[in-house]
Ligand binder design. Sequence first.
Ligand code: FES
Ligand code: FES
Length: 410
Amino acid sequence: MSMVNLTVNGRQLSADVEPRTNLADLLRETHNLTGTHIGCEHGVCGACTILVDGIPTRSCITFAVTCEKAEITTIEGLDEDEISAELRAAFQREHGLQCGYCTPGMIVSARDVVLRMEAPSEHEIRVAMSGNLCRCTGYVGIVRAVESVIADRRTRGIAAVPDGDRKRLGPAGSGNAGPTGVAAPVPSTARAVGSAVAQVARAANAARLDADWKPQASFRQSFTVSHPIDEVWAFFGRIEDVAACLPGASLAGPPQDGPDGSHVDGQIRVKVGPIAAEFQGVADVSRDDTTLSGTIIGSGRDRRSNSATRGLIRYALRPDESAAATHVDVDVGYTLTGMLAQFGRSGLVQDVANRLTAAFVRNLEARLAHGANGDAPAPAKAEELNALSLITAVVVARFKRLLAALSGRA
Ligand code: FES
Ligand code: FES
């Protein structure tokens, strides 16, 4: 257990919490602040949104211990808040709620929109509120309520506050923890952040030979490419072309060759509902011409979600009997920590990996078709990997399988 000191709705409190205790559970179960609702517990629906140091934060995926000395405001703490009062009236007037389950989180997020955005369009309000889901009202009334509060305040000469007067960057509670706190200090400029991130990633990668590193999860993936093995092997040697086939991936510069292989700096963008993560990282790539196999060891960190990943990928090529195609076997071991770790369960990752692999193979086939005679197109601009749509597809597929199994049993 760890002691955490917080200010909640203006009152200082201390609590003994498990490292895994999230803010939502602490507030609801220990302090009876049940206005903070819990829906998905995955950081997707926004029902649990509260303010941490003035910033809307999902309390279901925020560990209480990371919020040492943070100022927490729940929906109960917004009773006397002027913007919230105007929003409550507008939600009622515009039919912006029905069962009300999503409403506390909606009000907290909408308050932030009203506070920060001077004259947003309807589309901009929808985008800004897209991290809050409502299952019964629909969004027309909610958007109208937010629009009307903004219009009314601007008419009364109340301007938006740039950035909502936020003074801190970083995940929930960062900037408050003392030297012994959990949250790390955040460098003050984006450049410093980028270089610190790269250093952290490099340090992590430099330790890759530690014999005691064990992946949290692993899986095997196999696919077939309809090109001869020598073409596929040559293509796998062109790291920039391979990266261009991976949705969301891009390299920071050309690979640097060393005695044991190549070193690359790059990034991969992932979007999971309202969470947009950009993992900056490094990787070492080596290959063995005699066994037609290779290894990729990489690590990366997303500063905003304070998530980190590390992985070891081994792949091997073998010719198809027809010699016109190539089978590729890939073994992946990985570790995912931080806010995004909740999406790292091996079953889900395996399903997402299946779909990612399908996209990779499609891109690979297309590029091989162009590149067989050496005129491969330039790497395309990295598109964002929308993991939510992948995960949604996975969930729908699993649901269909379940229905099929049930009807079969019936
Ligand atoms: S319960 Fe926290 S985002 Fe859904
Ligand atoms: S009002 Fe019921 S979920 Fe939004």
